[in-house]
Design a protein around this ligand. Structure first.
Ligand SMILES: Nc1ncnc2c1ncn2[C@@H]1O[C@H](COP(=O)(O)OP(=O)(O)OP(=O)(O)O)[C@@H](O)[C@H]1O
Length: 657
């Protein structure tokens, strides 16, 4: 078994790592060859990469490629995979793919850190498939050779689909199973009885199957942890320890992450690995930066006013992802938007998994322009939680784990005292903001600022993916305005300015700017009474009703009537996710259009003052860029700070209804 032999050779015993104290850094070659190749790569990343081996073991530095592969064919992948990649219109491998694929094909353990949206999924899926295909060409014994562990069900679904996509020309040779469905043990057992080559699961599901002997890891060759730094923070420690004990010697371990954290060291300890660290740093020049970041300092109610203007006057065009702090706020914003006939859909952990996956799929197909995603447990994100908060953290974990029916009852769920967790983070949002490949997101709006700069990084990573352009706009409540508008006040906003300062510092480290965005207060004032009217109509009762109604509707659609609706798609149309939440809030017809007299004579530019405008993500004939099959990625549109490009806001014409 060639692959196995190869892996064994590379699996020399390694002492536990101590990355924090002693890291022997060896700069991977050079800059020149790599940089030249990098600039040739389709704008996905001009970058420099360092490859570091953790130090207590003999330095395991990946040799920098003398001539970095510029095409997928040159990476040494199975030709059927190269064909599949071409079918996806992936012209050239991204930096992480160029660097991680050869190491993985070589059988090395890799811990890879690369920015969000840089193509990490293909960077591990392709070599994994290639290795399995190679082995199967000489040895057809069926066994599970690859186990991919991810922290959320959404991610499992996404990775599963990516594998299907990449194995489209070798589907008969590759069998995959995903272990996250709400199906009975019996069904899962029968799924596994076909001996899939690759299993995609959350650690809890994987361990459950191993423990019940439905899944055998006895011949496993490759273990992948995607969003590796999250695995422990979701409370999967015990599952990981159990899985680790079931692994045969010589398993290749690949860990992927967008950020490095202490959890990764803990994970390395659990798995007893000392992988080669591939730390791909971005080295962006102004021309390469595709993400433009703004913040708006404003009062609590002004957030609502500005958001109304942004969408009603189409200051931002294209698909938007709006992050809010909690589920109630998501419904409040949706109902508020409905007052103005602005359609949006909701994504939160309360909705059934099928619904969540469907919402992302439909958003990616361009069916919706606005998703409001709730970030339910971010207030202590990235901080260690003390004993007092342990019970609360358990709830988070319970809500996050895949083996729950839905997270609908998570906040009411009793704490789970059974498992000890040292450093659990409340990061429920990561079901949404981590790893999920929202396509063509023109803008991420932090309606409520996250409470940590890392959370910010992951949220904004949903836009400007794979070389496309995008905007991040964050609302920040200045300390002196905090608590001044009780109905819209949010506790976590008290620290907005501190968080913003951290964000600005962190972004500066990677040569990115977060700039103030100025809006004309005077011009906005004309719209304030409409905003107040709409806010008044969205009462707490209306929010509760809307929330219950949607949940009931989605549960109905998702479970009981799934098959029925598949057979009767027409009947499903009226239940679309972005449908109005009925009459929960008082409807005010006059708010649904913008009367001519309210608009500034000078057009939108008078509201969004200065030379800064938003990217027009639609072409002049109104068709969205980037949704066209095989179409070119978004350009930078008309956007330029202090630049000469046409300001899209100046061409504004109010849409009459
Ligand atoms: N070589 C490539 N050429 C063009 N597009 C690519 C390439 N590789 C990946 N992509 C696309 O880039 C997007 C981001 O890829 P992926 O989801 O793997 O990123 P990621 O690094 O895992 O992000 P995150 O850290 O957010 O999980 C996907 O839509 C994917 O199809």
């Amino acid at each position: 078994m060639t692959m196995k032999r190869k892996l064994d050779q590379n699996d020399e015993p390694k002492p536990e790592s101590d990355t924090s104290k002693s890291k022997s850094k060896s700069k991977s070659k050079p800059a020149t060859a790599e940089a030249v190749a990098a600039t040739e790569v389709a704008a996905l990343e001009p970058a420099s990469a360092t490859t570091t081996a953790t130090a207590t073991a003999p330095a395991k530095t990946a040799p920098a490629p003398t001539k970095p592969a510029a095409t997928f064919a040159e990476l040494g992948l199975d030709p059927r995979l190269v064909q599949a990649v071409a079918k996806q219109n992936f012209e050239k491998p991204t930096l992480v793919q160029r660097r991680a694929i050869p190491l993985t094909l070589d059988g090395q353990d890799v811990l890879c850190k690369a920015k969000t949206g840089s193509g990490k999924t293909a960077a591990y899926v392709l070599p994994l498939l290639s290795a399995i295909l190679k082995r199967k060409s000489t040895d057809s014994t069926p066994f599970t050779a690859g186990l991919i562990l991810v922290p959320t069900r959404e991610l499992a679904d996404q990775v599963f689909k990516a594998i299907e996509m990449f194995s489209v020309f070798c589907a008969k040779d590759i069998h995959i199973a995903k272990l996250t469905e709400n199906v009975s043990d019996a069904v899962q057992r029968s799924l596994l009885s076909n001996v899939p080559d690759i299993v995609v699961a959350t650690p809890a599901r994987a361990w459950h199957s191993v423990n019940s002997e439905a899944l055998s890891l006895s011949k496993l060759q490759h273990l992948v942890l995607d969003e590796a730094d999250l695995v422990l923070s979701y409370g999967y420690n015990e599952d990981m320890e159990n899985i680790s004990r079931s692994l045969p010697k010589g398993v290749q371990t690949i860990m992927m992450s967008a950020t490095l954290s202490a959890e990764l060291d803990a994970l390395k300890g659990i798995l007893c690995r000392n992988p080669t660290l591939l730390d791909l740093k971005e080295d962006l020049g102004p021309e390469d930066e595709k993400l433009t970041q703004f913040y708006v300092k404003c009062g609590e109610d002004d957030k609502w006013l500005i958001s109304y203007l942004i969408f009603k006057l189409q200051l931002i065009k294209g698909s938007c992802l709006i992050f809010v702090a909690d589920i109630d706020r998501a419904y409040r914003l949706k109902l508020f938007f409905e007052q103005f006939a602005i359609r949006s859909c909701i994504l939160n952990s309360e909705l059934p998994i099928n619904t969540r996956i469907k919402v992302v799929e439909e958003f990616n197909r361009g069916l919706y322009d606005i998703i409001i995603a709730s970030d339910e447990k971010s207030e202590v994100f990235n901080e260690k939680i003390g004993d007092k908060e342990e019970a609360e953290a358990s709830k988070t974990r319970k809500g996050s784990k895949d083996d729950e029916e839905t997270a609908a009852t998570e906040t009411d769920a009793p704490p789970q005292p059974k498992k000890k967790r040292k450093t659990i983070k409340r990061d429920e949002e990561y079901g949404v903001s981590r790893g999920i490949d929202f396509k063509n997101v023109a803008a991420v709006i932090n309606f409520d600022l996250p409470t940590s700069s890392s959370s910010y990084v992951h949220r904004i990573g949903r836009t400007a993916r794979a070389g496309r352009a995008g905007i991040a706009l964050s609302f920040v409540i200045p300390k002196e305005l905090f608590g001044k508008h009780k109905p819209t006040s949010l506790k976590s906003a008290e620290n907005d300015e501190k968080v913003l300062a951290k964000i600005i510092r962190q972004q500066a480290k990677v040569d990115r700017k977060v700039e103030p965005y100025n809006l004309s207060q005077k011009q906005m004032e004309a719209f304030r009474y409409r905003m107040n009217d709409a806010l008044r109509a969205v009462t707490k009762v209306a929010i509760r009703e809307a929330r219950t109604k949607e949940l009931r509707q989605e549960l109905l659609k998702s479970e009981t009537l799934k098959r029925y609706f598949e057979e009767n798609p027409a009947e499903l149309s009226h239940l679309r996710h972005d449908g109005e939440l009925g009459r929960a809030a008082r409807q005010q017809a006059h708010l649904k259009h913008v009367p001519e007299y309210l608009l500034p004579k000078e057009g939108k530019s008078a509201i969004a003052a200065g030379s800064v405008g938003f990217v027009p993500f639609k072409t002049d004939n109104g068709r969205k860029k980037g949704h066209k099959k095989g179409g070119k990625p978004h350009g930078r549109g008309g956007f330029k700070v202090n630049g000469k490009k046409r300001d899209p806001l100046k061409t504004f014409r109010a849409r009459k209804k």
